[in-house]
Design a protein around this ligand. Structure first.
Ligand code: MRU
Length: 350
């Protein structure tokens, strides 16, 4: 559970408030924002100051506590009733990452099951949010270890291609797919990361490369449409991505562009791994067709910085995620081990 690598924590709780790294400002500026109300937390999730499925879940958990602590009543049922609209505001921020809904459910369950006074329930809620965060960091380390078992065993060190940002910034710390990459680097098995820039928000270019530079992990930035060429050239030994929601059959929603990357990997016989905590698996959904896909503001597409890149009169379509079918996934790497998608159901607690 130890790492020699730099630890970046996107969400910390200190001095009675949440502190977030403002991910919209990286890599130019490393700044933290203080969050004291659930409305501020909901806005930070919506505007992607905090993003990445596990990090969104953790942020929502603290958001729920921030809302809970403002409730002024000594009546238990009234307190629980007033939690629901707060949960609803947080749920309405981003639809695809199931960790958001998972974490809110965990918090509501804690509120319902904690006996005692309202003050004691509030204390239990803060404790639960801290636990969700700490558990996520431990989970990421376990995913990293599990990934080492399934990475290709070849004489040379690995070149691994990844998409979007799945690192410390996207989790409690360390990362899922980037966590596996960190573990590979730590154990001397990694040569280099290839980071897709990840249009339109550029999480790969702005965040993944920033994390790699912090840890001195060699990284090469490519644009999203270069992956097939790199594979054809034999530059890529494995692809590892994260997920925002995985369904019971092993279909995986992740950042837009992941699906085409999986097709390209299959065509070049490059193994394609999805690394995610079990909190990202939505066993209630049978297949990826049922996953709600977020559509975001078109300015993300037509504006680069402050410059408009296309003429007026164009229409836009800006889905933030796509679904990779299970049959394109070599293995899903979880904190309980790596499995082929068809074997994921063994981890269901139902
Ligand atoms: O829109 P984002 O930046 O929140 O999307 C993030 C991703 O798609 C990640 O790959 C996913 O959440 C896994 S993060 C460990």
């Amino acid at each position: 559970m130890t790492s020699t690598l730099t630890q970046v924590y996107p969400i910390i709780w200190e001095s009675d408030r949440a502190s977030l790294i403002d991910q919209t400002r990286l890599p130019d500026e490393y700044t933290r924002i203080e969050i004291t109300t659930y409305q501020q937390m909901a806005e930070a999730i919506k505007t992607m100051i905090v993003r990445g499925a596990p990090a969104i879940g953790i942020a929502a958990a603290y958001g729920l506590y921030l809302g809970a602590r403002e409730i002024q009543t000594s009546d238990r049922q009234e307190f629980l009733n007033q939690l629901e609209p707060i949960a609803q505001v947080l749920r309405a921020t981003r639809p695809t990452a199931v960790n958001l809904f998972w974490a809110i459910d965990q918090m509501l369950q804690t509120a319902t099951e904690t006996p005692g006074t309202i003050e004691e329930i509030k204390t239990a809620l803060l404790h639960k949010a801290n636990t969700i965060r700490e558990d996520d960091i431990k989970t990421c380390f376990a995913i990293g270890e599990a990934g080492l078992i399934v990475l290709p065993k070849i004489p040379e060190k690995l070149n691994i291609l990844t998409h979007c940002n799945t690192g410390s910034l996207a989790t409690g710390g360390y990362g899922t797919a980037l966590g596996v990459i960190r573990s590979a680097w730590n154990s001397g098995r990694l040569n280099r990361v290839y980071a897709d820039e990840t249009r339109p928000r550029l999480q790969g270019a702005k965040l993944t490369t920033w994390e790699c530079v912090q840890d001195q992990i060699p990284v090469t930035l490519i644009s999203d449409n270069m992956a097939a060429h790199c594979m054809k050239q034999g530059l890529i030994h494995a692809v590892i991505v994260g997920a925002d929601r995985i369904t019971a059959n092993g279909d995986a929603a992740n950042k837009i562009g992941t699906y085409s990357l999986a097709i390209v990997a299959k065509a070049h016989k490059v193994p394609f791994f999805v690394a995610a905590p079990l909190s990202t698996v939505d066993f209630k959904l049978a297949t990826g067709d049922e996953i709600p896909i977020e559509e975001r503001d078109p300015t993300e597409l037509y504006q680069v910085g402050t410059t408009r890149i296309c003429p007026e009169g164009v229409e836009f379509f800006n889905p933030a995620f796509d679904v990779t079918p299970a049959e394109l996934i070599t293995a899903i790497i979880t904190e309980k081990g790596a499995v082929i998608p068809g074997e994921l159901k063994q981890f269901s607690v139902i």
